[in-house]
Design a protein around this ligand. Structure first.
Ligand SMILES: C=C(O[C@H]1C=CC=C(C(=O)O)[C@@H]1O)C(=O)O
Ligand SMILES: [Mg+2]
Length: 423
């Protein structure tokens, strides 16, 4: 079995360690094929925190990690460390800007060709390191089965009900008319209390099957809570100085009836409110990155179809100037007008004054970076799990001509990506 083979290789490498060489990376490889669910099953069986899972939308990279050797609560420090060591750092930024990056103790990186296991060891402190590494190796070939629990929902509560939502939309429209901003993204949080303890791993494995061509992510800091989601939106991907981002905004339903879905899509492509809602995201991204790039290409507008909704999307490809790093990219691009609004500061101020819940990791970003590459998704279609409760988040871009009913339907449909997994 895959994990057994890697374990043996790691155990051998550990016998070769020379003490007092600082932080070292032990890297072993396998070209055995592994399904993504195997990593979720593996992660579920581990007992070291934090646990991190991240799979990109093109499904050519899956990162699975446990433990931390170093953690950074600002991007500057993370970037500085990276310049000296060139390791892959995992993590991201909450909507509000709070940053967490980690150098994991153990990282599996699977791409189309191979799978790599990276174990970090501080050889200056082997007396404390070795017992911790043994704890990991002990459970290294464990992987649990993931069931499909039928959850019994005992109670459903929403942070914002429809009448409050309507008032919020009205006041957003007022502000737009007064010229405070052009667009603001407002969200809701729906909490389900279940009879059973909710398994983040089960739900995410199911979501991988149902919500295809999405980023799938899980971040678990302790035993009882986890943040999971399946997002269609890339914040950006960087390959050296080539930078790929996108404007994903503007939404209509995908229904059971393919003809209706097709009609909805055509309507969306031509609807002035939705195309402008999307254009504002392009404007926001391009203006924030303008000082950092030497060229930009914006693609035609097209549809990104998901099981419950379809969106308008424009790809944006840029060339970053020579010395521009992920600090600059993250600081400039997050939070885009697809999750905050335009202009950004005014929209954020309105969100903070208006929403009656904390977004936390919702509408943040999660991903990885190293010297050569980076990729981050926007943490939409996501949920925070705590024992037997799950809070599902969804938002919508509010424009001058927004209608509270259709924006409500839009967020309810977006929430289905996660909510349907409970059934
Ligand atoms: C804010 C969300 O979606 C964004 C991404 C795509 C379409 C959106 C929209 O049409 O409003 C939002 O900007 C969410 O899913 O919570
Ligand atoms: Mg919308």
């Amino acid at each position: 079995m895959l994990f057994n083979q890697l374990k043996q290789q790691l155990e051998y490498e550990l016998t070769q360690i020379i003490p007092n060489k600082g932080l070292i990376k032990i890297e072993v490889q396998s070209n055995k094929k592994a399904e993504n669910t195997l990593f979720l099953r593996w992660l579920n069986a581990q007992s070291i925190f934090p646990k991190f899972y991240w799979q990109n939308r093109d499904d050519n990279l899956t990162l699975t990690a446990i433990g931390t050797v170093k953690s950074f609560d600002n991007i500057q420090q993370a970037q500085q460390f990276n310049q000296q060591n060139n390791n892959t750092l995992l993590g991201g930024i909450k909507f509000c800007g709070q940053t967490t990056f980690i150098l994991p103790r153990l990282l599996f990186a699977k791409n189309q060709k191979k799978m790599t296991a990276c174990l970090m060891v501080d050889t200056d402190h082997l007396d404390t390191e070795i017992p911790q590494i043994h704890d990991i190796l002990e459970k290294f070939d464990n992987a649990s089965t993931l069931n499909q629990t039928q959850y019994t929902i005992l109670e459903t509560t929403q942070a914002t009900d429809f009448s409050q939502w309507s008032r919020n939309i009205q006041s957003a429209i007022e502000k737009i008319k007064q010229g405070c901003f052009n667009k603001v993204v407002l969200a809701n949080a729906t909490n389900f209390k279940c009879k059973e303890t909710i398994s983040a791993y089960e739900l995410l494995a199911l979501s991988q099957q149902k919500n295809q061509h999405c980023f799938h992510f899980l971040y678990q800091e302790d035993r009882y809570s986890a943040f999971i989601g399946s997002s269609p939106e890339r914040l950006y991907k960087r390959e050296q100085q080539r930078f790929y981002t996108e404007a994903l905004a503007g939404t209509v339903a995908v229904t059971e009836d393919p003809t209706q879905t097709e009609k909805n899509g055509q309507w969306l492509l031509n609807d002035s409110k939705n195309t402008l809602e999307n254009q504002y995201v392009v404007d926001d991204i391009c203006s924030h990155l303008a000082p950092y790039i030497s060229s930009v290409i914006v693609s035609d507008i097209h549809l990104k179809r998901l099981p419950k909704v379809q969106h308008l999307r424009r790809f944006i490809e840029m060339q970053l100037k020579e010395n521009i790093s992920d600090i600059d990219c993250l600081n400039q691009i997050h939070p885009t007008a697809a999750i905050a609004g335009l202009p950004r500061p005014n929209a954020i101020e309105f969100i903070n004054q208006t929403e009656n819940f904390k977004r936390q990791w919702y509408a943040g970003t999660l991903g990885f970076f190293n010297q050569a590459q980076a990729e981050f998704c926007v943490t939409l279609r996501s949920a925070q799990i705590n024992k037997n409760t799950i809070t599902i988040y969804a938002g919508a871009g509010i424009m001058q001509d927004s209608d509270p009913h259709s924006e409500w339907q839009e967020i309810e449909r977006k929430a289905l990506a996660m909510a349907e997994l409970l059934k």
